[in-house]
Ligand binder design. Structure first.
Ligand code: M6R
Length: 364
């Protein structure tokens, strides 16, 4: 049942404020001031390193979470693609927690990576959507993301719920390790509780996003740029777009632009720049100017403060509500998803069942 939507993907995108809210509430204590994990939980004072492993969109959720764990909790994090990790067979130092992220919980490479870590890592954690899946069952601690069944092959609500749970886990790590006191933790959690309503506000921009997508649908190559927490989001935006619209899209960390990809820029290659007005905004805005100076057309996704500084030169500006910088990656998933969705609709592709792709990759 598509609930009145044209595609499951559209339905799943629209469900996000509700399911993100449910995921937040699931892990909040009754007074809303601390985080409660299932069963035995995990004590991050006993952990010196976190190794995160996943595939596809779940891998981008891990890349985002690396910033959170490192910045909030001072915990060193490695992130790897499961198909690389499992054959590289890296050394796993003592006091390493291994964390596997998977919507289905059945991805063959991720499961093999988990089995490689079993008996070597201090503990095996997973962040999964399907609680009875193999990855959940074989973990010491499985954290459900509570996104509900996801049918569209392009992952949407699972990604934002993965991010939500990973952020809460990073906050818990920061608290355990003494980097956040009770007050600071409660303050972060109260801001997180406001995220579903910011998501609803962002959804009011669906029309301008659809209009931008119709323009992007004419391109054959599109670049995505982001810095810091927005770099994994740029990767996710490019993956989403290529999966369902079949337009060639690549993402780069903004600072990498002049190390090669800038050679691709001309008026035929639109550049989507994801840049809330955070501490790195000015750096990304100057990369945007480098694109414009070479005739590139920029789709700028930012908030009001960012638009006030940089929208003048952009081809298209899409406005997002202002949220604390730590929460921006969850919110900015929405324009990444909607741009891909409406581009695919404009091209008439099979949005929910794109060619060559399966929802769950249970073979290598
Ligand atoms: O079920 P999993 O989260 O382990 O799946 C991982 C990837 O196969 C998945 O995220 C894939 O990249 C999606 N099609 C992305 O939209």
């Amino acid at each position: 049942d598509k609930g009145g939507h044209k595609h499951f993907m559209a339905k799943e995108i629209a469900e996000q404020p509700r399911v993100i809210g449910e995921a937040i509430m699931h892990y909040l204590s009754a007074d809303g001031r601390s985080i409660v994990l299932p069963e035995k939980g995990i004590d991050f004072t006993k952990i010196d390193r976190l190794t995160m492993v996943a595939c596809g969109t779940a891998f981008y959720a891990c890349l985002t979470a690396k910033y959170w764990f490192e910045q909030l909790a001072g915990l060193p994090v490695d992130v790897d693609i499961a198909s690389e990790f499992r054959y590289r067979e890296p050394p796993i130092p003592a006091r390493t927690a291994a964390l596997f992220v998977s919507q289905s919980g059945e991805t063959a490479d991720t499961l093999a990576a988990l089995r490689f870590c079993d008996g070597k890592a201090a503990t095996i954690l997973s962040v999964v959507n399907v609680p009875e899946s193999s990855i959940a069952r074989e973990s010491d601690l499985a954290l459900p993301i509570l996104a509900g069944t996801e049918i569209g092959v392009a992952s949407t609500k699972a990604f934002t719920c993965q991010l939500t749970v990973l952020l809460m886990l990073a906050l818990k790590a920061a608290h355990d390790r003494g980097a956040l006191d009770h007050e600071a933790l409660a303050d972060h959690l109260s801001k997180l509780r406001a995220l579903p309503s910011a998501f609803n506000t962002a959804m009011e921009q669906a029309q301008p996003m659809a209009a931008a997508a119709r323009k992007l649908a004419e391109a054959s190559d599109i670049l995505f740029l982001g810095r810091g927490l927005m770099y994994p989001l740029a990767l996710e935006g490019a993956l989403k777009l290529k999966e369902i619209s079949y337009i060639h899209a690549e993402a780069y960390a903004s600072g990498e632009l002049k190390h090669g990809p800038i050679a691709l820029i001309d008026k035929h290659v639109p550049v989507v720049v994801m840049a809330p007005k955070d501490g790195l905004f000015d750096k990304t805005a100057s990369n945007m100017q480098e694109v414009i100076a070479r005739g590139g057309r920029v789709v700028l996704i930012t908030d009001r403060a960012g638009a006030a500084e940089a929208a003048e030169d952009a081809w298209i500006t899409l406005l997002m509500p202002q949220v604390p910088p730590l929460l921006a990656p969850i919110l900015y998933a929405l324009p990444a998803q909607l741009l891909a969705y409406h581009t695919a609709v404009a091209k008439g592709t099979d949005v929910d069942q794109p060619r060559n792709l399966a929802k769950s990759v249970t073979v290598e």
